[in-house]
Design a protein around this ligand. Structure first.
Ligand SMILES: CC(=O)SCCNC(=O)CCNC(=O)[C@H](O)C(C)(C)COP(=O)(O)OP(=O)(O)OC[C@H]1O[C@@H](n2cnc3c(N)ncnc32)[C@H](O)[C@@H]1OP(=O)(O)O
Length: 533
C-alpha cells in the first residue's frame, strides 16, 4: 500500500483508501514509517558516532512502553533552499510524555538525522507545546539535545522559535524540574536553553556545547581548537561549570537522569518522594571521630563524612568536578531527600572562592525551589584571599550564596565540624542569617579568623615591643584561643543550639529534619527580589 502522505509536494497523489480498515492499515503503515525515521543509512551514521537515535534515547529514559508521542506527523511549511522537497515527519524533534519510576515526565528529543536536529518553526512549535503541557501538568521536563541550533534555511522564524523556548524555560524555572541532557554537538540556541534549566548532563567525546563553533572562534580570535577542546563534556564539567554531570556513555548518562528524577518532586507544590528506609536513624557514627582530625590544618575527605551520615551511604553529587572545594549533594536521611552543602577540606582547604560560592548558591536556590531541606556541614577557613579573587568579583559572587541562603524558606540545619571563620561562617547558613537549627561538634572553633592571624592584628604592639616577640606571639595566640576559640563560646551565647557528640550526628539531624517537616515560612510580598545574579 502507498501511504497518501508519501508525496505531498508535486507528483501524483495516491488514492485514499475507501474503507475504514484500509485507512487504519494506512495509519499503521505511516506510524511505522515515522517510527523508523529518515533512512537506515542515517541511523547507521548516528550509531557509528557512538550515539543513539532520538527514539532509542527516549526508550532508555522512560519506563518501558510508557511513551505517548505528540505531533509525530507534523511537517514544516517552510519554502526556499529546497525545503519544499524535504519535509520529513516529526520535523526533526520527537516530543511527548511517559513515566519514570511511575511518575509523569515530559520529554523532547532532537533527531540529528533530520537537518542535523536543527530547529525550525514547526520543530520549535512542537517543543513549545510540550513545555506548556509540562508546566500545566506540573511534571518535569527532560530535553534530549542533539541539535545544530537554529535551522539556517528558516532564518528569523527559527530564531523566534528559540525565543519561545527560552521564555518558557524561564517561566518553568522553579515550577517544574527541567533537565537538559546533551548528546551531540549543540550550538547557539541549543546551548542557551540548557543553561536556563536546573541540571545539564553531558557525555564525553560525543556532546559539545558552544555559542560559536571552532571555525568561528578561529576566524574571530585566531585561536585554533577542537570541538571537544572548546565545549566538550570535561571542559563544561570541570572548567566552565556549565555541566553538572558527565558520563562516558549515553546509557549511564540517561540512567542517572532517572536516578536524579527519583530525588526531585514533580513540581514546586509537592515534596520530593520519600522512601521507607531500613537504615536506622539511631545508627551511631563512631567512625567520624577518627575521620576528622582535630588539627584544623589537616585535610580529610568530607565525602566520607556525608557517606557516614546519609541513608546507606548513598548520594548524588552535583558538579562533582567543578569548584571541588565545596560539595553539593542530594541524599536521603530517614528516607527523606535532603540537599547537603559542605566544605571539602581536601580541596583548597575548603575555602569559599568565586566558583564555590556560585556553585553552592545555585544548589541552595534549586533545593529551596523544590522543597528540599538544606543541611550545611561547615569546616571553612574563610573566603580565599587574593588579587584574582577580588578583581574577579568575589564580593559579588559570595553575595550570591549569602542571598540564596537568606532567601531560602525550606528547613535549614547547619553543623560546624571543626572550624568556621569570618564571613564564610556567616554566609554558610549561620543562625544569624536564618538557619532553623545550628549544631557544633566539640572540636568546633568559630571566630573572626584563626588565632595566629588574630594575635598578629590585635596584639601587634605587645608583640613588636616585647624582648622576645616570638614568645610573646605564642603567648597571645594561646590567650586568644583559650578566651574565644573554645567549643562552648558560641553555645554559651545561644549562637549554636547545641554541641553534639559526633557519633550522634545522624540521629540529631534526622530528628531535627523530622521536626521541621511542617515548617512554614513566608517572605514579604514583592514582585521578586533583586539577587546579585
Ligand atoms: C541562535 C542559534 O542557534 S545560532 C547557531 C546556528 N547553528 C550553527 O551555527 C551550527 C552549524 N552547524 C555546525 O556547526 C555543524 O553542523 C555541527 C557542529 C552542529 C555538526 O557537525 P557534523 O556532526 O559534522 O554534522 P554536519 O555538519 O554534517 O550536519 C549534519 C546535517 O545537518 C545539517 N545542518 C547542520 N547545521 C544546520 C543548521 N544550523 N541548519 C540547518 N541544517 C543544518 C547539515 O547541512 C547536514 O545536512 P545533510 O545531512 O543534509 O548534509
Amino acid at each position: 500500500m502507498t501511504v497518501v502522505h508519501e508525496a505531498p509536494v508535486g507528483g501524483e497523489v495516491p488514492e485514499i483508501p475507501a474503507d475504514a480498515r484500509g485507512r487504519v492499515a494506512e495509519l499503521h503503515e505511516l506510524r511505522e514509517k515515522v517510527r523508523r525515521g529518515p533512512s537506515e543509512k542515517a541511523t547507521e551514521a548516528q550509531h557509528a558516532k557512538g550515539k543513539l537515535t532520538a527514539r532509542e534515547r527516549i526508550e532508555l529514559l522512560l519506563d518501558e512502553g510508557s511513551f505517548r508521542e505528540v505531533e509525530p506527523l507534523r511537517r514544516h511549511r517552510a519554502t526556499g533552499f529546497g525545503l519544499e522537497a524535504k519535509k520529513p515527519h516529526t520535523d526533526g524533534v520527537i516530543v511527548g510524555w511517559g513515566t519514570v519510576h511511575g511518575r509523569t515526565v515530559f520529554t523532547y528529543a532532537h533527531d540529528f538525522r533530520i537537518f542535523g536536529g536543527a530547529l525550525g518553526e514547526a520543530h520549535a512549535q512542537k517543543i513549545h507545546k510540550i513545555m506548556d503541557m509540562a508546566i500545566a501538568a506540573g511534571a518535569p521536563l527532560v530535553s534530549l539535545n542533539d541539535g545544530a541550533g537554529a535551522r539556517i534555511q528558516e532564518g528569523v522564524t527559527a530564531l523566534a522559535g528559540y525565543g519561545g523556548i527560552f521564555q518558557r524555560n524561564t517561566k518553568a524555572s522553579g515550577v517544574i524540574p527541567q533537565i537538559s541532557v546533551m548528546l551531540g554537538p549543540c550550538a547557539g540556541g541549543a546551548a542557551y536553553s540548557p543553561a536556563l534549566t536546573d541540571f545539564v548532563f553531558m557525555v564525553r567525546e560525543t556532546s559539545q556545547m558552544f555559542i560559536t563553533g571552532p571555525d568561528v572562534v578561529q576566524a574571530v580570535t585566531g585561536e585554533k581548537i577542537s570541538q571537544n577542546g572548546l565545549g566538550g563534556a570535561d571542559v563544561h564539567a570541570g572548567v566552565s561549570g556549565v555541566s553538572h554531570f558527565v558520563y562516558d556513555d549515553e546509557q549511564s548518562c540517561i540512567e542517572e537522569v532517572r536516578y536524579l528524577l527519583s530525588l526531585l518532586p514533580q513540581n514546586n507544590r509537592e515534596m520530593p518522594p520519600t522512601v521507607l528506609s531500613d537504615d536506622p536513624v539511631q545508627r551511631r557514627n563512631d567512625s567520624l571521630l577518627d575521620l576528622v582530625p582535630v588539627d584544623g590544618n589537616r585535610p580529610y575527605d568530607m565525602r566520607k563524612v556525608i557517606e557516614e551520615i546519609v541513608d546507606h551511604g548513598e548520594y548524588l553529587e552535583v558538579h562533582e568536578r567543578w569548584a571541588t572545594n565545596v560539595l553539593c549533594v542530594l541524599a536521603r536521611i530517614d528516607g527523606h531527600v535532603v540537599g547537603i552543602i559542605a566544605n571539602q577540606p581536601q580541596s583548597l582547604a575548603g575555602v569559599l572562592d568565586i566558583n564555590a560560592s556560585e556553585k553552592a548558591a545555585r544548589f541552595v536556590q534549586m533545593c529551596d525551589a523544590f522543597n528540599i531541606p538544606l543541611v550545611t556541614l561547615l569546616d571553612v577557613p574563610g573566603f580565599l584571599p587574593g588579587v584574582d579573587q577580588e578583581h574577579g568579583g568575589i564580593i559579588r559572587h559570595g553575595a550570591k550564596l549569602l542571598y540564596a541562603y537568606c532567601n531560602a524558606t525550606v528547613p535549614r540545619i547547619s553543623l560546624i565540624l571543626r572550624k568556621a571563620y569570618g564571613g564564610a561562617y556567616i554566609v554558610m547558613d549561620s543562625q544569624s542569617i536564618g538557619a532553623d537549627l545550628t549544631y557544633a561538634w566539640p572540636t568546633n572553633e568559630i571566630a573572626v579568623m584563626g588565632a595566629e592571624g588574630a594575635a598578629n592584628v590585635i596584639f601587634r604592639r605587645d608583640i613588636n615591643g616585647a624582648e622576645d616577640p616570638d614568645a610573646m606571639r605564642a603567648q597571645k595566640i594561646k590567650e586568644y584561643k583559650n578566651e574565644l576559640m573554645h567549643p562552648y563560646y558560641a553555645a554559651e551565647r545561644g549562637l549554636v543550639d547545641d554541641v553534639i557528640d559526633p557519633a550522634e550526628t545522624r540521629e540529631v539531624l534526622a530528628s531535627a529534619l523530622a521536626m521541621l517537616r511542617t515548617k512554614h515560612a513566608d517572605l514579604p510580598s514583592r514582585k521578586h527580589g533583586n539577587p546579585p545574579m
